[in-house]
Design a binder for this molecule. Structure first.
Ligand SMILES: *Cc1c(COP(=O)(O)O)cnc(C)c1O
Length: 400
């Protein structure tokens, strides 16, 4: 009997903080302050400090954070926002929610995040630059660059920011997977005019429900975010924009986040240790292990390998009780929702390759060495089976 290894298991993490969270919740119930209040402002202060940035604005989800950040940095209805097809759907959804349309550019094959050369090519070949950047074919104003710190590894910020500055584009950072990640010593969440974080339970910093935040160094952007998350209200019943919504962070989630934030660096270190263990043991095998650039601190929200015949390998792992994920199986331009963009297969070859080969191995802070060894043994077996499909299985991982 082989003990299975789940893709994510957060129980041990929550046992560590159960008493602190229960005490914080008791306090909130005693004081009946459920929306806004000291728990929300306390967490906002702490999270801004954690990101080494002046402001954090708590919102209802990472998707809310992206939409509001885009609106707050000046993306207007009808604009174009440059992003990538290889990301979670929310990145592109938020663009539409802000009334804009996505302009997709391909990713870099090593980092799997936005390729600065592809951005340059898009701006130089497809746009006219004057006072603002205009997409020639559609006549739309291109107003913002939206790179993603995918899997917990920072995007290639130096060239991306240089391009944005040169073209006069606002920058929103999708840092929804990158709490605690760093690029040249600087924290993720500080690279654009604003950054969006998600605190979905499975993220490196997760609530016990839905939550998100915008982080920014700009006082005007922070103020607009506070207005937009609360029905466009500047003060009670004074609504200064019709683009607002109810996107507030609730106090019970803020309290969880405030407690868990104190443990985040330690939990990220455990993820990094697990990643080192995987990478060392997987390097002789026929898989491409994730790349951490010298100037970066990867926080391994996802431990993503690339492997051929991915779906078959995944089924084999599943048959051995090893939970895996795919992030993400279909690039956004090939999703039914975006067919109208008219971008056929082949439009973004690197993203399409990544979508067909990416496999996410179990990763969470309390993943044990023993569990990692079981994943590796099962993966080795799955790869050997693939190499010689007609041979009877001789090296199935032993029960442990
Ligand atoms: C999780 C995630 C989001 C959305 O966050 P929610 O809190 O689920 O709305 C956006 N972008 C990326 C890259 C994500 O991983």
């Amino acid at each position: 009997m082989t003990a299975s290894v789940p893709f994510v298991d957060l129980r041990a993490m929550h046992e560590e903080v159960r008493e602190e969270i229960e005490a914080a919740w008791r306090h909130i119930v005693d004081h009946s302050s459920f929306v806004g209040g000291p728990a929300v402002s306390g967490f906002e202060t702490d999270f801004a400090a954690y990101c080494e940035s002046p402001y954090a604005v708590g919102v209802g989800s990472g998707t809310d954070a992206l939409r509001i950040a885009l609106q707050a940095v000046g993306v207007r209805p009808g604009d174009m926002v440059i992003t990538v097809p290889h990301t979670f759907i929310a990145t592109i959804e938020a663009i539409a929610q802000a009334g804009a349309v996505p302009a997709l550019v391909d990713i870099d094959p090593t980092s799997l995040s936005m390729d600065p050369a592809a951005v340059r090519e898009f701006v130089e070949r497809e746009c006219a630059s004057g006072d603002s950047v205009i997409h020639r074919r559609s006549g739309r104003r291109v107003s913002c660059l939206l790179p993603v710190d995918l899997y917990g590894h920072p995007a290639d910020w130096q060239p991306l920011l240089a391009l944005a500055r040169e073209a006069g584009l606002a920058v929103v950072e999708d840092a929804c997977q990158a709490h605690g990640a760093r690029y040249r010593g600087r924290a993720c969440g500080t690279f654009g005019d604003a950054a969006a974080f998600s605190f979905y339970p499975g993220k490196n910093l997760g609530a016990m429900g839905e939550a998100g935040a915008i982080v920014t160094a700009r006082a005007d952007v922070a103020e607009r975010c506070r207005i937009l998350r609360d029905h466009g209200q500047q003060e009670r019943y004074v609504h200064v924009t019709g683009d607002g919504s109810n996107a507030r962070l609730d106090a019970l989630q803020a309290a969880v986040l405030q407690v868990k934030l104190r443990h985040l660096d330690r939990w990220n270190e455990r993820r990094r240790a697990a990643a080192r263990h995987y990478t060392e043991r997987l390097s002789p095998l026929e898989v491409v292990t994730p790349h951490e650039r010298d100037e970066c601190r990867h926080v391994y929200h996802i431990y993503a390998v690339l492997v051929s015949e991915r779906d078959q390998i995944r089924r084999r792992l599943d048959s051995r009780g090893i939970g895996t994920g795919i992030h993400y199986p279909v690039p956004l331009h090939l999703q039914p929702a975006y067919r109208a963009m008219g971008l056929p297969p082949g439009s973004f070859p690197v993203s399409e390759q990544a979508a067909s080969r990416e496999l996410s191995l179990p990763m969470f802070p309390h993943l044990s060495d023993d569990q990692i060894e079981r994943v590796i043994a099962a993966l080795r077996w799955a790869l050997e089976e693939k190499a010689s499909p007609n041979r009877r299985s001789v090296s199935a991982p032993e029960a442990r």
